[in-house]
Design a binder for this molecule. Structure first.
Ligand code: SF4
Length: 250
């Protein structure tokens, strides 16, 4: 037994450096030059886009809205909340507060209770009232159409602004990076970053601009339906042949 153990230990010692160094070197090379990582080869990116079209050609924003302002409010409410829950709340909210003026003059305590089911309701109330006032006072009652202007609105960072500009106006200002896009972009090796801003920059470099809007919708749909955070349904995934995620389930 002792002899066998020694032989095994000796074999492990000999092979260990080769096994551990190769992936480390590969990781370093990828991290040093993420734009040229194997995952972002233009042909591979095109193949991923084609597969997404195959599965989710009609993907769109799942927040129910009738205009850009309602979408802005819904997107603010969707932080840390599901679209389903937001839609349940806004079904009555938009009847009670039908215009930016109605939201701007809302009683904060009452609005807090109206949106309470979406979570973080105190901060969201401040953002909703602040955003409504900004839209009225600085943009003539209409949600603006540029990223620069959007970013001046309370509660509207890049993600919210990209959602509103892309979905309500069809303006490809950037790529929406929510939790699904963040997770799937990493699993599909389209980025090596974890930070949403950096991921967006990476995606804007490798995706054609006319796909920025649809790509986000498609990835969000895929993340909700198939490539879930826990136990992704890889067996049902049409991107499986293009995916080398460490947590693949097949
Ligand atoms: S193969 Fe699995 S991990 Fe990869 S994209 Fe599909 S569902 Fe996600």
């Amino acid at each position: 037994m002792a002899t066998k153990s020694k032989k095994k230990l000796s074999a492990k010692k000999k092979s260990a450096p080769a096994k551990s160094n190769a992936p480390k070197a590969a990781r370093s090379a990828k991290a040093a030059n993420p734009a040229h990582a194997a995952g972002t080869d233009p042909k591979r990116v095109a193949a991923i886009l084609a597969k997404l079209d195959e599965a989710y050609l009609d993907a769109t924003c799942e927040l129910k809205h009738e205009n850009a302002f309602q979408l802005l409010i819904s997107t603010i409410l969707s932080a840390q909340c599901t679209d389903v829950r937001v839609n349940q709340v806004t079904a009555t909210l938009f009847k009670k507060y039908p215009t930016p003026e109605a939201f701007a003059h809302a009683n904060p305590s009452e609005l807090e209770q109206d949106i309470r089911p979406t979570g973080f309701f105190r901060n969201k109330t401040k953002s909703v009232i602040g955003a409504s006032k900004a839209v009225i006072e600085r943009f003539g009652g209409s949600v603006p159409r540029t990223m620069e202007e959007m970013l001046t609105i309370p509660g509207a960072a890049r993600k919210t602004s990209n959602v509103v500009l892309g979905t309500a106006y069809g303006i490809a200002s950037g790529v929406v990076v929510d939790t699904h896009v963040q997770r799937l972009s990493n699993r599909l090796d389209l980025t090596r970053n974890e930070d949403a801003k950096k991921i967006e920059q990476d995606l804007m470099k490798i995706l054609p601009q006319d796909r920025w809007i649809s790509f986000s919708h498609q990835l969000i749909w895929h993340g909700r339906r198939v490539c879930r955070a826990r136990s992704p349904k890889c067996i049902a995934c049409n991107l499986e042949s293009l995916c080398e995620a460490k947590d693949k389930t097949i």
